[in-house]
Design a protein around this ligand. Structure first.
Ligand code: 3PG
Length: 210
């Protein structure tokens, strides 16, 4: 399961982190992002509409890989699988969450911010981890330092990633992709600025190209 997750993340480059207030927005938003070249989408479970949004995207947009974010507990894992998520992302981990994830048919990208957290997750088989909150937890220098003793673990840094710093993260050998919300901000969603979202997605994708 980790291999498949690695393939999806590697081709993603940049993963939009989405907060969707209305399931009606899900499809036009996802289409705008896919049009711009970003087809791995994380829908955070922070709104009532999130699971319905995942269902919509999973059902109607086979070109997209839709996952859930802000996964906090075993119930979130179950609901994500039922909604059709193809991966799940957590900001950090608990023993309960990790135990439940072991029985789950969909891969988890668990969050870590310190060497001990990274080591514990690697011990449980997690070769791919979310580095969160990336910028606040030490940014590029921190990830570079972790990569010294633990080069096996590849990260998706998220939290404080911008078009200005994304390339610096992506240049690290232990970064497989980055996540961020800038190309689908609340303001852009409120205005239904689908063309602008596509433009920002295209720019974001270019950041990840060699
Ligand atoms: C989040 O917590 O919403 C994600 O990590 C995205 O963070 P960002 O808004 O700083 O990109």
């Amino acid at each position: 399961m980790q291999n498949k997750l690695g393939e999806v993340l590697a081709q993603a480059g940049v993963v939009p982190v989405l907060v969707i207030d209305s399931a009606k927005e899900a499809l036009p938003l996802a289409q705008a992002l896919v049009e711009g070249g970003l087809n791995v989408l994380e829908v955070t479970l922070r709104t009532e509409a999130a699971l319905a949004a995942v269902e919509e995207i999973a059902r109607h947009l086979p070109d997209a890989h839709v996952g859930t974010g802000t996964v906090m507990n075993p119930g979130d894992l179950r609901r994500s699988v039922d909604a059709g998520a193809t991966f799940m992302v957590s900001p950090g981990t608990t023993e309960k969450l990790l135990d439940a994830a072991e029985d789950c048919p969909v891969p988890l990208l668990p969050g870590a911010a310190t060497p001990s957290e990274v080591m514990r997750l690697y011990e449980r088989g997690y070769e791919y981890q979310k580095f969160f909150p990336a910028q606040a937890a030490g940014g590029v220098p921190m990830l570079k330092s972790i990569g010294g003793p633990v080069p096996q673990v590849k990260f998706c840094p998220t939290g404080g990633i911008t078009p200005a710093n994304a390339r610096d993260f992506l240049a690290l050998p232990n970064v497989i992709c980055v996540g961020g919300s800038w190309m689908a901000s609340a303001a852009l969603l409120k205005e239904k600025s689908w063309d602008e979202i596509t433009r920002l997605a295209r720019e974001a994708k270019a950041l990840a190209l060699p």
